[in-house]
Write a protein that binds this ligand. Structure first.
Ligand SMILES: [Zn+2]
Ligand SMILES: [Zn+2]
Length: 127
């Protein structure tokens, strides 16, 4: 897993093309206390203060699997890291994921979005 740590910023790189895939930006108040973490991937999410410390410890250990499970279990981001393939245990950038929008039969209503990783694994990324 490629990972880069900058000041208050963690970057996850695509395992296929090496581009920046997702970022975790730590936000602080005037007294330098962490207020939240802003996640930018396929979707944007703000991770609230009460789980920030835990998320941060996963980032520090570069434990993407653990982080994904944690986010998913607590339903902080849908399915965990939205660019993470559980089968490959890798992160891919939005360009390397193929996104397919699924519609209900007949009605034409949007049902869910399915992502296909470069290895062909399918996962629901939005429901
Ligand atoms: Zn890529
Ligand atoms: Zn995969």
């Amino acid at each position: 897993m490629k990972f880069r740590e900058e000041e208050d910023k963690y970057i996850l790189f695509c395992s296929k093309c090496g581009k920046e895939a997702a970022t975790y930006q730590i936000e602080r108040d005037e007294s330098k206390k962490i207020t939240s973490i802003k996640y930018e991937g396929n979707f944007s999410r703000t991770i609230k203060e009460w789980v920030s410390q835990k998320v941060l410890s996963y980032l520090k250990e570069e434990d993407v699997w653990g982080l994904n499970e944690f986010l998913s279990r607590h339903n902080i981001t849908y399915g965990g890291i939205d660019l993470y393939c559980r089968k490959c245990q890798k992160v891919y950038c939005p360009d390397c994921w193929e996104t397919r929008l699924k519609f209900e039969d007949g009605g034409g209503w949007y049902d869910y979005a399915e992502g296909v990783c470069p290895e062909g694994h399918k996962t629901i990324i939005d429901d």
